[in-house]
Design a protein around this ligand. Structure first.
Ligand code: 26W
Length: 846
C-alpha cells in the first residue's frame, strides 16, 4: 500500500452522503455519460442506473475486502474458465433489498425498471452447467459471508448468439461489451506478466542446487477487471476478478529495430487474442493452442495475484499457504495451476521439491463435471514443450515420483502404472489433465451421488484404491435468489407471504408449504402464479415467432445444451408419436400439449445440429397442420441464455430430464424447474436420483433404464430388433427418414435413423422409447386432474430445500476448504451442512 492510506482523506465514516438512487441516476446520465434529452439513447438509461446502483455497493465492497484483509481469515479462490452470470441488474437489486424502491423511484422519473432490465446484455461467459454453477456459487459464497474470490477470463466475446435460418443454427459473435460494461472496475495497476514459450536453462548454484531459469519468453499482460458480487441482504460484497489480455508495453524488438513497425504492432494484436473469445464447446475437448494459452493465462495471473496478497500478509512463510488459502479447480481447465505453483515455489521462492509438493497438494481441490471420454483434456507433450517448457519438466517429475512410489507397492496389477500415469501414449504422447488434477489435489469431488459412485468405480477406480478417501461427493445446487426470487417474483412473494422471508437464505423452509396442501385459496394462488407466467411466455412466443400457444395446455420444457446424451431426440420421437396418433385419429382425446425446447449446439457438432434441424422441421409441420387443431405445439426458442431461462422456467409444467442414465453428471436445470413448481419426467440420472429421493418416487415420472442397466445392456444391445418389433416406433422413425419433416430434401434426417437403428444407438434412445411414451401418457393424464397436479407441483417445490447452492457451498466450506464465514448477522451453515442462525438478526453488516 502507498502512503495514501495515511492521508486524512480516508476515514471509516462515509465521506459523501450516499445519494438517493434517482438523484444518482440523473447525475450519471448527465455527468458520467454526458447525455441530455436530445442525445440520450435507451441503453444510456440502463447504464446510468447500473452506475447509480454500483455506487451504492462501493462502500460495502471496500469494507468487505478490508475486513477480509484485517481479520486474516482463510480465503477461497474459485478458478474457472467459465462464469455464466447472465444479467446482473435484478440480482444485485434483489440482494441489496432495493428492487421495489428502485422501481418506484424510476417510475416517478418516467422510466420502467422492467424495460430497463431488458437492455442489459447477458454476461454469457460460459457454455452451460459448469459455468452457471460457478455463478450460483458466487452468489451463495457472498450470501454465506465466505472470503471467496472468483477468478476467470474477461472474454470479449461470450457464448455465440444463435439464430435459426431455414431451420438451421447460425452462430453470430456475442459482442456484449459493445456499449461498455457499467458494472466492472478496471484495475490497470493490477497487471501481471504471463510468459509463454522460450527455453529453460539449468545452472548449478553455489550450494550445489540445480536452478532453472525460464528465459526468452513471449509475454502478455493480464489486466484485472472486477465485478461486485453482493450477498443477500448481508452487507457482504465479494469480488469476481476477470483477466483481460493486453500486449506488453514493449513492441516486438527485432521487428521494431528492423524498422518493421507494422509487424511489431500486429504481434501486439496477436497476444491480445488470448481473451478474445470463449470456446463454445461443452463436453468436447479441443486441443487448440489458443485454448491452452487461455488456460495458462488464467492460472498464471490468478496465482500471482493471490500469492502477492499472501506475501503481503505472511512474507515468505510458505508452509502456511495451505492454511490460509484454498484453491478450487472447476474441472481440469485450470489444472496447470498445479505445476505453476510448483514452479513458483521452487524456481522463484527457492523451496525444495518435497515441501513445495506438500504445500501444492494441500492447496488444491478438483471438481470433476463429466465422465464423457471426449471431454477429458489431453494436451500433446509437443505442444506443452513449446509453450510451457518448464511446466512440462515439472509435470514429468511429479509423474516420476508418483509412479516410483507405486512401484514399491507390489499389490499393483501390471496395467495400473500405465493407467494412472499423467503421461498417455495415444495417439501421441500427451498430458492427461484429469490424472494431474487428482494427483495434485487433496480432495476430488463429483457433483451428484450417482456421478461420484461412477467416478469411483470407473474413471478414477485406480486412484480410488490408491487414495481411498480422496474422492467425495458434493451434490450441486442452485441459488434461490436468482432462480426463484428474481425469475419468479410472483411465486416468491406468495411463498414468503405464507411461510416467511427466511426461506430466502434457508431453502429447507419450503417444506412448510406442505402444511398448505388442503388450503384451497393457497392452491388457487399457486395455480394462478403458473398461469400468469404461462400467459407471459405465450405472449413472448407469439411476439417473437408468431406461433400461438394455449396457456391451458401442458407446457413441457427441455432447456439445455444440445447433445446426443441429453436426448432431445427422444423428446422429438414423443412429439412425432403424438402427431401420428392425431393424424391416425383426428378425434382422439389427447391432452393438449406445448413442447418447448431451447439450447445451443456446439458449432462443430454435426449430429447435434442435425437434431436441432429436425426439431425445427417437426415444429413447422405440426404447428401448421389444421388436423392438429392447436392440441399439439412444438416450439424451439432460439438463443437460449440465462435470461431466457428465467422467462421459461416459471412457465413450465413438466421438466424433461431424460438423459441416458449414467451420462449427466448432475444437471441443475432439473432443480430450477422443480423449484418453480414443474413436475419432472426423467431418468434415474445425475442429481435427479437425489431429487426423486427427496420428492418421493411416486411424485414424479421416472422411467427407463438405470445406469447399471445401461452398462449391462451395452454388451447385447440390438436396437434394430426393437425397431422391427415395435410398430409405433417404426412408424415414427420411418416418418423421420422420409421427407415429411424436410420437404424437398428427402433423406436429410437419414443419418439420425442410421445412428439409432444401424449404428448401435449409443445413447439408448430406442431402448427407452416405450418407457418414455408410457411415462408421458401418465404425465398427461395426471395433468388433467387439476387438484392432483397442483398438489404434486407444491410437493415437488416444497422438497427442493436440499438443492440450494447455499447448502452445496456450505459443504465445500467444511469438507474441502476448511474455511469459516466472516462474522455477520445472517444465517450461516454448521459443519454438517444444516442451518443455524449465528449472530443477531435482520439486516446485517460485515
Ligand atoms: C474442454 C471442453 C469441455 C468444456 C466443458 C469439457 C467439459 C465441459 C464441462 C464438463 C461441461 C459441463 O458443463 N458439465 C456439466 O456440469 C454441470 C455442473 O456440475 C452438471 O450439472 C452437468 O451435468 C454437466 O454436464
Amino acid at each position: 500500500m502507498t502512503e495514501h492510506t495515511e492521508s486524512r482523506f480516508f476515514t471509516d465514516e462515509p465521506r459523501f452522503r450516499s445519494h438517493p438512487l434517482d438523484e444518482a441516476f440523473a447525475r450519471h446520465l448527465e455527468y458520467s455519460l454526458v447525455r441530455d434529452k436530445h442525445t440520450v439513447v435507451p441503453h444510456d438509461s440502463f447504464k446510468a442506473l447500473a452506475m447509480a446502483i454500483r455506487e451504492r455497493l462501493i462502500r460495502d465492497w471496500l469494507r468487505t475486502q478490508e475486513e477480509y484483509r484485517r481479520n486474516g481469515l482463510k480465503r477461497v479462490y474459485y478458478l474457472s474458465m467459465e462464469f455464466l452470470m447472465g444479467r446482473l441488474l435484478r440480482n444485485i437489486l434483489t440482494n441489496l433489498g432495493s428492487y421495489q424502491e428502485c422501481r418506484v423511484l424510476l417510475e416517478d422519473l418516467g422510466f420502467s425498471l422492467e424495460d430497463l432490465r431488458e437492455l442489459e446484455p447477458d454476461m454469457g461467459l460460459g457454455n452451460g452447467g459448469l459455468g452457471r454453477l460457478a455463478a450460483c456459487f458466487l452468489d451463495s459464497m457472498a450470501t454465506l459471508g465466505l472470503p471467496a474470490f472468483g477468478y476467470g477470463i474477461r472474454y470479449e466475446f461470450g457464448i455465440f448468439r444463435q439464430t435459426i435460418v431455414g431451420g438451421e443454427q447460425r452462430e453470430e459473435a456475442d459482442n456484449w461489451l459493445r456499449a461498455g460494461n457499467p458494472w466492472e472496475v478496471v484495475r490497470p495497476e493490477l497487471s501481471y506478466r504471463v510468459r509463454f514459450g522460450g527455453r529453460v536453462v539449468t545452472e548449478q548454484s553455489n550450494d550445489g542446487r540445480l536452478e532453472f531459469r525460464w528465459i526468452d519468453t513471449d509475454d502478455v499482460l493480464a489486466v484485472a477487471h472486477d465485478t461486485p458480487v453482493p450477498g443477500y441482504r448481508n452487507g457482504v460484497v465479494n469480488n469476481l476478478r476477470l483477466w483481460q489480455a493486453k500486449a506488453t508495453l514493449e513492441l516486438d524488438f527485432p521487428d521494431f529495430n528492423r524498422g518493421d513497425y507494422m509487424t511489431a504492432v500486429e504481434s501486439k494484436n496477436q497476444s491480445e487474442n488470448i481473451s478474445k473469445v470463449l470456446y463454445p464447446n461443452d463436453v468436447f475437448h479441443e486441443g487448440r493452442v489458443l485454448r491452452l494459452k487461455q488456460e495458462y493465462f488464467l492460472v498464471a495471473a490468478s496465482l500471482q495475484d493471490m500469492l502477492r496478497h499472501f506475501e503481503e500478509q505472511h512474507g515468505p512463510a510458505w508452509d502456511l499457504l495451505a492454511e490460509r488459502v484454498a484453491v478450487q479447480l472447476n474441472d481440469t481447465h485450470p489444472a496447470l495451476a498445479i505445476p505453476e505453483l510448483m514452479r513458483i515455489l521452487i524456481d522463484d521462492k527457492g523451496l525444495d521439491w518435497i515441501p513445495a509438493w506438500e504445500i501444492t497438494q494441500s492447496t488444491f481441490a478438483y471438481t470433476n463435471h463429466t465422465l464423457m471420454p471426449e471431454a477429458l483434456e489431453r494436451w500433446p507433450v509437443s505442444l506443452l514443450e513449446e509453450l510451457l517448457p518448464r511446466h512440462l519438466q515439472i509435470i514429468y517429475e511429479i509423474n516420476q515420483r508418483f509412479l516410483d512410489q507405486l512401484r514399491d507397492d507390489d499389490s499393483a496389477d501390471p496395467g495400473r502404472l500405465q493407467r494412472v500415469s499423467i503421461i498417455g501414449a495415444e495417439p501421441d504422447r500427451n498430458v492427461r489433465m484429469a490424472n494431474l488434477s487428482v494427483i495434485g489435489s487433496h480432495t476430488v469431488n463429483g457433483v451428484s451421488a450417482l456421478h461420484t459412485d461412477i467416478l469411483r468405480d470407473t474413471l478414477l477406480a485406480d486412484f480410488n484404491r490408491i487414495f481411498p478417501d480422496k474422492i467425495i461427493n458434493i451434490t450441486n445446487g442452485i441459488t434461490p435468489r436468482r432462480w426463484l426470487f428474481d425469475s419468479n417474483p410472483l411465486l416468491a412473494e406468495l411463498i414468503m407471504d405464507r411461510i416467511g422471508p427466511e426461506v430466502a437464505t434457508d431453502l429447507t423452509q419450503l417444506t412448510k408449504l406442505e402444511d398448505l396442501l388442503e388450503d384451497e385459496s393457497f392452491k388457487q394462488d399457486w395455480r394462478n402464479c403458473k398461469w400468469v407466467s404461462k400467459v407471459e411466455l405465450a405472449r413472448l412466443i407469439e411476439h417473437e415467432q408468431g406461433i400461438e400457444i394455449d396457456p391451458e395446455s401442458l407446457f413441457s420444457v427441455q432447456i439445455k445444451r444440445l447433445h446426443e446424451y441429453k436426448r432431445q431426440l427422444l423428446n422429438i420421437l414423443h412429439v412425432v408419436t403424438l402427431y401420428r396418433r392425431i393424424k391416425d385419429n383426428p378425434d382422439a382425446d389427447i391432452v393438449p400439449r406445448t413442447v418447448l425446447i431451447s439450447g445451443k449446439a456446439a458449432p462443430g457438432y454435426g449430429m447435434a445440429k442435425l437434431i436441432l434441424q429436425l426439431i425445427n422441421g417437426v415444429s413447422r409441420v405440426v404447428n401448421n397442420d389444421t388436423d392438429v387443431d392447436g392440441r399439439l405445439r412444438l416450439v424451439f426458442l432460439p438463443d437460449y441464455s440465462v435470461s431466457l431461462a428465467m422467462k421459461i422456467i416459471p412457465a413450465s409444467d413438466l421438466s424433461e430430464q431424460i438423459s441416458t442414465a449414467g451420462y449427466e453428471a448432475s444437471g441443475t436445470g432439473n432443480m430450477k424447474l422443480a423449484l418453480n413448481g414443474a413436475l419432472t419426467i426423467g431418468t434415474r440420472d445425475g442429481a435427479t436420483v437425489e431429487m426423486a429421493k427427496a420428492i418421493g418416487d411416486e411424485n414424479l415420472f421416472l422411467f427407463g433404464l438405470a445406469a447399471d442397466e445401461v452398462a449391462r445392456l451395452r454388451e447385447s444391445y440390438d436396437p434394430h430388433a426393437i425397431y422391427r418389433a415395435n410398430p409405433e416406433l417404426r412408424g415414427v422413425l420411418d416418418m423421420i427418414t422420409g421427407d415429411v419433416f424436410s420437404p424437398g430434401r428427402p433423406g436429410l434426417f437419414k443419418p439420425i435413423f442410421d445412428a439409432l437403428v444401424h449404428h448401435g444407438d449409443p445413447f439408448f434412445v430406442v431402448a427407452d422409447y416405450d418407457a418414455y411414451i408410457e411415462a408421458q401418457d401418465r404425465a398427461g393424464r395426471c395433468f388433467q386432474e387439476r387438484d392432483r397436479w397442483t398438489r404434486l407441483s407444491i410437493i415437488n417445490a416444497a422438497r427442493m430445500g436440499h438443492f440450494s447452492s447455499d447448502r452445496t457451498v456450505a459443504e465445500y466450506a467444511s469438507c474441502v476448504w476448511n474455511v469459516q464465514p466472516v462474522e455477520q448477522a445472517c444465517t450461516a451453515p454448521t459443519p454438517d451442512g444444516t442451518w443455524d442462525r449465528v449472530v443477531g438478526n435482520g439486516h446485517a453488516t460485515v
